[in-house]
Design a protein around this ligand. Structure first.
Ligand SMILES: NC(=O)c1ccc[n+]([C@@H]2O[C@H](COP(=O)([O-])OP(=O)(O)OC[C@H]3O[C@@H](n4cnc5c(N)ncnc54)[C@H](OP(=O)(O)O)[C@@H]3O)[C@@H](O)[C@H]2O)c1
Length: 290
């Protein structure tokens, strides 16, 4: 297939492009900087101002957007919301103009869309939340559903654990400096996924014609923050003695709510359709990545 990927230069996009190429697909990578080289990919421009040239794509994967990691200032929140909502609208406009629409659009979303659930398992039909990330996620998914693709998959991804970027290298650096510790009470659930499983799940969503609507992109065994902290400390042979109190995270703005909130998200649809996770539990994942 010809697979068009926005945000192909990001952590998930690079791994996905690589995997897709190795499986014999062609990859068209959309970027704000189309002069950038992503090995093996045809490059095309992608901006929030104009509909991108998506003609010829059999499948689209939409990953582009401002990172949610970091301090949520008013300007950062605006960039997060605008890049996602406007970017998705432009993509849907481009799809509407295609002579032959793509078979599927897999559009990134996040588990931040769910309402906090404490210890309750959250499947794809769980209640949605009201905070900034949940509201942004709802608008973002709404725009994706407007696309006239035969199928639209809304991939609600958890914390992606990767060597190359995202949250894990940041957390591991703190632990290596002896600054690692559970966040707040540590009882909150963390729903994570190994980068390789996520990239394989995206291709599974493209190839499996039964899949449409929300699909949770999380591993089958989420953990509490205290357990994540213990596992990581053991893997890095560092103590995890410094719990980070909830108030100390408040400088991150509303982003701290995402770190302290509890979301025990399970991959209901992926499991039901027999997706074979290579890294279903945390110990093996950290052993592979660190
Ligand atoms: N990583 C995670 O833990 C995680 C969890 C849940 C959901 N997700 C979602 O999955 C998607 C991909 O994640 P990722 O970790 O691969 O992201 P990433 O590494 O931050 O890359 C995203 C790509 O989006 C483009 N981009 C960045 N800022 C932008 C902006 N302000 N406006 C328009 N485009 C922008 C960039 O591509 P160019 O510079 O080439 O244009 C960038 O390479 C994101 O939408 C993210 O929200 C990720």
């Amino acid at each position: 297939m010809n697979i068009g990927i926005t945000g192909a230069s990001g952590v998930i996009g690079r791994h996905l492009s690589d995997l897709a190429l190795r499986r014999g697909h062609e990859v068209i990578a959309f970027s704000r900087n189309p002069k950038r080289v992503i090995p093996g990919c045809e490059m095309r421009p992608f901006t929030t101002e104009a509909a991108p040239a998506v003609e010829g794509c059999d499948a689209l994967v939409h990953l582009a957007g401002e990172s949610v990691l970091g301090v949520w200032t008013a300007a950062k929140k605006r960039r997060i919301a605008e890049s996602r909502v406007e970017g998705t609208r432009r993509l849907a406009e481009a799809v509407a103009k295609m002579k032959r629409p793509p078979e599927v659009l897999v559009s990134a979303s996040a588990i931040g869309i769910y309402k906090e659930g404490g210890d309750l398992p959250l499947l794809e039909d769980a209640a949605l939340g009201e905070g900034f990330l949940a509201q942004t996620g709802k608008s973002w998914e709404h725009e994706a559903l407007e696309a006239k693709a035969d199928r639209v998959v809304l991939l609600r991804t958890g914390i992606v654990l990767a060597k190359q970027g995202g949250a894990l290298p940041l957390i591991a650096s703190a632990f290596r400096l002896g600054l690692g510790g559970r966040l707040g009470p540590g009882t909150q659930w963390m729903s994570w996924i190994h980068l390789d499983d996520l990239a394989r799940l995206i291709l599974f969503c493209i190839e499996n014609r039964d899949l449409r609507g929300p699909v949770n992109g999380t591993a089958p065994w989420p953990v509490r923050n205290a357990e994540f902290t213990r596992e990581l400390a053991a893997r890095l042979h560092r103590p995890a003695v410094l719990p980070v109190p909830a108030f100390a995270l408040r400088w991150l703005g509303e982003f701290s709510n995402e770190l302290l909130g509890s979301k025990r998200v399970l991959p209901g649809v992926a499991t039901e359709h027999g997706f074979p996770f290579r890294f279903p539990e945390l110990t093996g994942t950290l052993a592979d990545l660190l």
